[in-house]
Design a protein around this ligand. Structure first.
Ligand SMILES: Cc1ncc(COP(=O)(O)O)c(C=O)c1O
Length: 396
């Protein structure tokens, strides 16, 4: 039956990781996959995560199934982290929160929910966006289209083009927005731009799905959710898919959430019940460990403080690497302006390298960058930065 099936093409980003693993050059550099690395090139387990795990080993008494929507303590803490403890939607119980397998799991459940309740809706993604967005949404049966986002000539947000496009989208369609640290560009709306976006999205009757994969990696835990809080003030219904892969460094534990904010408590309950039906038919119920760790940390003042300081450390390293990279590139290629990389947020930036230059970096220097020229700046370390900048200067 399957003899004539051809192999599926490798994933654009994870496929590069596989090629990197096969590369025998001892000086190879991987700036492709979005994983934080410390100054020694490691992706460490946070000390607060280790402490929470140790406590769980002592206290956990059962590995029984969780409910379809996950660990209750986790589901209570996540909306507070996203919206603030005293948010009116929490007080009025206008929220349903489900624990999901990573941010991707949350996006898929949100997409299944939309496909169930609004089968004719189109999902609108930024151009460019994380390449898995259109795949996840299309896999749920949604039609996917793009709105303009980045002005490639200036590396700035093209807010006029974005607003003009959103103005034409039919009411009842869904708009996917990145809460902060836009992947792949690192370019986020300013607070004033968020206000304009929220007003327009609300006036047009569009439903925002906010992908919050990097809370705390841009400017801070509060600052990075300004946009999503602004949307929650303006719009009656907002779906938030958040990931704890990056900000807790728990990539392999697959932990995230889907928070459904509605205008009325009954609506939130109904939405939550449909989301649970989607989960039941997909992975039945989520794995426990990651949620138990996050709940242990967010529920403890001491561990939360430790997490905050470790998160600040990751954020500071990224800012510092951005500055170093710009300084070193301006010494090597003075006539080319890389200063925009300093302004961008999170792990990613568009380097401005074209696909031919990206190919040369891989083939001649064993430096792995996504074909679009997106680099993970967190992969740059004191040991590899000079070789990286020299190589980029050569291909330029
Ligand atoms: C924008 C965006 N959304 C979602 C995800 C997925 O996160 P997770 O690994 O938690 O599924 C990523 C991961 O790279 C991302 O960059």
């Amino acid at each position: 039956m399957f003899e004539h099936v051809q192999a599926a093409p490798p994933d654009a980003i994870l496929g590069l990781n596989e090629a990197f693993a096969r590369d025998e050059n001892s000086e190879k550099i991987n700036l492709s996959v979005g994983v934080f690395k410390d100054g020694s090139g490691q992706t460490p387990i946070l000390a607060c995560v280790k402490a929470a795990e140790q406590s769980l080993v002592q206290t956990e008494t059962s590995k029984n199934y969780l409910g379809i929507d996950g660990l209750p303590g986790f589901r209570q803490l996540v909306p507070s982290l996203l919206l603030g403890d005293d948010h009116v939607a929490i007080g009025e119980e206008r929220i349903a929160c489900l624990q999901t397998p990573g941010g991707t799991g949350g996006l898929r459940v949100a997409a299944d929910l939309i496909a169930t309740l609004l089968p004719n809706a189109t999902m609108w993604c930024s151009q460019p966006t994380w390449p898995n967005h259109p795949k996840v949404f299309a896999a749920a049966g949604l039609r996917v289209q793009n709105y303009p986002y980045l002005d490639m000539s200036t590396n700035q947000l093209d807010i006029e083009a974005m607003l003009a496009k959103l103005e034409t989208i039919p009411s009842g369609d869904v708009v996917c927005l990145h809460a902060s640290c836009h992947n792949p560009s690192g370019v986020d709306p300013t607070p004033v731009q968020w206000q304009s976006l929220a007003t327009l999205i609300s006036n047009r009757g569009l439903i925002p799905v906010v992908d919050c994969a990097y809370q705390g990696f841009g400017n801070g835990l509060e600052e990075d959710v300004y946009g999503l809080r602004t949307l929650c003030e303006a719009c009656p219904e907002v779906f938030v898919c958040n990931s704890f892969s990056k900000n807790f460094g728990m990539y392999s534990e697959r932990i995230g959430g889907l928070t459904l904010v509605a205008g009325k408590s009954e609506t939130a309950k109904a939405l939550g019940s449909h989301a649970k039906a989607c989960v039941r038919a997909n992975y039945s119920n989520p794995p426990k460990h990651g949620a138990a760790v996050v709940a242990e940390i967010l529920g403890s003042t001491e561990l939360s403080q430790q997490w905050n300081s470790e998160l600040s450390g990751m954020r500071d390293r990224i800012h510092h690497v951005r500055e170093e990279f710009v300084t070193k590139m301006s010494q090597r290629v003075p006539d080319r302006d890389f200063s925009f990389i300093k302004e961008q947020k999170g792990m990613f930036s568009f380097s401005g390298l074209n696909p031919m230059q990206v190919d040369r970096l891989r083939n001649e220097f064993s430096i792995y960058i996504v074909g679009s020229g997106r680099i993970n700046v967190a992969g740059i370390t004191p040991t590899n930065i000079d070789r990286l900048c020299d190589s980029i200067a050569t291909v330029l």
